[in-house]
Write a protein that binds this ligand. Structure first.
Ligand SMILES: [Zn+2]
Length: 322
């Protein structure tokens, strides 16, 4: 395999006509997970059964090839294997092998998992394409179990003083993982209307959730409310409530202020800076390409450590600047 990897509204291995999370419709594309920034109506998509189940009908690819975790698919002379990425239900890393050379595309990835689950496995590869959403060193998140514990305490205190605790979480993935992480503490939930369809899809895709109802602004009735961080109209009708932003962006003071939350918790479904370094180390790659977020910053940190690294998206930004 030549090691040619290019960026053109998504990552591509041109020799193999394989696109990885492209932003425009392609003939054959891997969709790493169900977040809207990744799912497009490709002619044929490669994805996990859970990811397919989480993509609404209107945004589904026209054709698909489902592949489970640890299953291998031939593609010409090459092979493709999917591994869990720990980012959300169905999220997958793609390991590509051709003539003894291996390439790992992480998609959105999270190493440390709450609830005593083992950290996400990173396959070894010669070339690594890594998402670097939090690729700056001030993004260092606390231990997920301790953070979940702190969130549970915060919710309990609010409920005890007859104030509704409102957790601001992304509707798909984050909301459901938050519910599952808090389930052992015995909470029940009321979900804002944008979170409710996602919770239904999560359950349909094979991950049952703890007790929840759709938020009725009059009476959340001792439940923990979960709502997306943007547009708090429904939340404002709650009367006495307190909000907490649950996101890696909690580590960015300016960003956290923007959301005007009463509290912040740095629980993320992405790797922090140290986890990103760990992914690189564990992969053993001698060539790293970065995509998403602080791509140039993280590539520079890697080069300082003597690892060949460059930001893929920077190429496009440069092209756009011309
Ligand atoms: Zn994502």
């Amino acid at each position: 395999m030549t090691r040619e990897v290019v960026w053109d509204h998504g990552v591509s291995l041109p020799e193999h006509r394989l696109w990885l999370d492209p932003l425009v419709v392609r003939t054959f594309a891997f969709i790493s997970h169900a977040h809207t920034d990744h799912a497009r109506r490709h002619k044929e998509a490669l994805l996990t059964p859970q990811t397919l189940a989480l993509i609404p009908e209107s945004r589904r690819p026209r054709g698909w090839r489902m592949l489970g975790y640890h299953e291998t698919m031939r593609r010409g002379q090459a092979s493709v294997t999917l591994h869990p990425a720990g980012h959300m239900l169905g999220s997958a890393q793609l390991l590509f092998e051709h003539h003894g050379t291996t390439l790992l595309y992480t998609g959105d990835i999270k190493l440390r998992q709450p609830g005593g689950a083992p950290p996400t496995f990173v396959p070894r590869a010669d070339v690594l394409i890594l998402e670097t959403t939090y690729g700056r060193p001030h993004f260092r998140f606390g231990d997920p179990d301790s953070t979940v514990e702190a969130i549970a305490t915060w919710c309990r205190r609010a409920l005890d003083s007859r104030v509704t605790p409102v957790l601001l979480c992304h509707a798909l993935g984050k909301t459901e993982e938050m519910m599952l992480a808090l389930a052992p503490y015995g909470f029940s939930f009321a979900l804002e209307k944008r979170c409710a369809p996602c919770a239904r899809e999560y359950a349909n895709a094979g991950r049952p959730l703890p007790d929840w109802v759709e938020l009725d602004a009059d009476s959340p009735g001792g439940r923990v409310v979960i709502a997306p961080p943007s547009g708090k109209d429904e939340v404002r009708r709650l009367g006495r409530y307190r909000t907490a932003l649950v996101s890696g962006w909690a580590k960015d003071a300016e960003f956290a202020r923007l959301f005007g939350a009463d509290a912040t918790f740095d629980l993320s479904d992405h790797c922090d800076f140290d986890e990103l370094m760990e992914v690189v180390e564990r992969s053993g790659a001698d060539q790293v390409y970065t995509v998403h977020g602080y791509t140039a910053d993280f590539a520079r940190h890697l080069r300082k450590k003597g690892i060949r690294a460059s930001a893929l998206e920077a190429t496009e930004q440069l092209a756009l600047a011309l």
